[in-house]
Design a binder for this molecule. Structure first.
Ligand SMILES: Cc1cc2nc3c(=O)[nH]c(=O)nc-3n(C[C@H](O)[C@H](O)[C@H](O)COP(=O)(O)OP(=O)(O)OC[C@H]3O[C@@H](n4cnc5c(N)ncnc54)[C@H](O)[C@@H]3O)c2cc1C
Length: 414
């Protein structure tokens, strides 16, 4: 019997998972299937290598739909079929040791993203998956019951795992959407997510400062999103995990023409009353201390100095000479600095794409397109995006495993 051909378009996290699970499924049911991964880059998995600052935060101990946006019902349907436990079992069986940090983020014990990619490639290799690198797929059309790729490659089943438009330097240039749109597949509006915020008239004095902070994003008086963690101040605005977490909400609201404000709390561990009491006590005990020194024990000096200056006070002023109201003003600046968000950084700086293949186009139990049977999708190309913390790779793995298995099952009608 001539083997069936499964073509996986894109050799990122979701494509390699899909390929491995398709090949495994085929072996399990004894159906002859060739699985080939077509990758536009010279090597597969380029983006995996830069994830988690080169350490690859591959999943999280705390999983749930609250960590996802877009098609959250689809996420749940898929995650129930293949979740974090199955993902960790896969890696453990393959010999990859993992560990979690204080925030539940799971990393390879080697602390090297390369270990994750090497593991995926070696599993795929053992299962006979063929890697075809430097092969960008530019056309995809129906041919009989199957498909024709680039006018020359025949496949019985195709899994589109091209990623989105975020970080195109790693290969995901958005070309996957065009392949699917050519077959009439609905794509929801796309915008960058997990990306820094451009702030109006941002003070360059803060460039390079990293400090704890809570960002509350508001529009028209309503809270759009909130996140805490280490904020990074840049020459254009706010970066770091809290700014990136809220960015997709800013992008969506700005796209509607709304105004977006970001309020930064630089002392999230204290209520305003607690902080006021503390500062007034310091003022009483050490009146000759300067205002900037008063904040230096709480936050990086440059941030404290900038916040004091924003209250029209001299950072060099002795605090004994400050009126209690002035201390109140400093507390307000520390607890609630207001910034106007002009825009979010574009896809080049984003970690992930919001929007994508619409949930209503997909049979979630199989990740198969309802109107183009035999065509499967997985990963970031789908309208699912997650928080920082391993959620996007978990989606790539979950949806990849479901798509890979289902592609084989659809061949065998099991
Ligand atoms: C800097 C950075 C850090 C990140 N860190 C984390 C993290 O620690 N944890 C986490 O969960 N998520 C992280 N993410 C997000 C995560 O990496 C992605 O969501 C995930 O890799 C998506 O996997 P994917 O397979 O769907 O797409 P991709 O990883 O983008 O892979 C798609 C692949 O398809 C190829 N391709 C595209 N079009 C074609 C075509 N037409 N023909 C052939 N090949 C094509 C691309 O070259 C690419 O190799 C990070 C992202 C970035 C940019």
């Amino acid at each position: 019997m001539k083997p069936f051909e499964i073509a996986v378009v894109g050799g990122g996290a979701s494509g390699l998972f899909a390929a491995a699970f398709a090949a495994q499924e085929a072996n399990g049911v004894g159906v002859p299937v060739n699985v080939s991964v077509y990758e536009g880059n010279a090597r597969v998995g380029k983006k995996i290598l830069v994830t988690g600052n080169g350490r690859c935060n591959l999943t999280n101990e705390s999983m749930g739909p609250e960590h996802y946006r877009g098609a959250t019902d689809l996420f749940q349907t898929v995650y129930r079929r293949f979740g974090r436990e199955e993902t960790l079992a896969f890696f453990e069986t393959a010999g990859l040791f993992t560990r979690s940090d204080f925030a539940g983020r799971v990393y390879p014990m080697s602390n090297q993203a390369a270990s994750v990619l090497d593991t995926l490639r070696s599993v795929c290799g053992e299962l006979g998956v063929k890697e075809v690198a430097s092969c960008k797929i530019t056309s995809l059309r129906r041919q009989g019951e199957g498909f024709l790729l680039n006018g020359a490659i025949c496949a019985d089943r195709v899994i589109v795992a091209c990623g989105g438009k975020a970080a195109p330097v790693h290969g995901s240039d958005g070309s996957g959407y065009a392949l699917l749109q050519g077959l009439g597949v609905k794509i929801t509006p796309l915008y960058p997510a997990l990306t820094p915020l451009n702030i109006d008239n941002f003070t360059k004095a803060l460039k390079g400062v990293r400090a704890a902070g809570r960002v509350t994003l508001k529009s028209g008086g309503s809270v759009l999103a909130e996140a805490a963690g280490e904020l990074q101040y840049t020459d254009y605005g706010l970066s770091g995990i809290p700014a990136m977490q809220v960015s997709r909400f800013a992008a969506a609201k700005l796209a509607e023409g709304g105004e977006v404000l970001a309020f930064v709390d630089s002392a999230p561990d204290f209520t305003p009353a607690e902080l006021t009491d503390r500062l007034l006590a310091i003022k009483k005990r050490r009146p000759s201390m300067t205002a900037e020194a008063m904040l230096a024990g709480l936050m990086p000096k440059r941030l404290g100095t900038t916040l004091i200056a924003s209250c029209s006070l001299s950072p060099a002023k002795e605090i004994g000479g400050l009126h209690d109201n002035a201390v109140g003003k400093i507390v307000s600046a520390v607890k609630r600095t207001k910034y106007k968000v002009r825009s979010v950084r574009g896809f080049a700086d984003a970690q992930v794409t919001a929007g994508g293949v619409a949930a209503e186009a997909i049979d979630g139990a199989a990740m198969e397109l309802k109107n183009v049977r035999g065509l499967f999708v997985c990963g970031e190309i789908v309208d699912v995006d997650g928080d920082c913390g391993g959620y996007n790779l978990q989606w790539a793995f979950s949806s990849g495993a479901v798509a890979g298995r289902s592609a084989v099952r659809s061949l065998t009608n099991l």
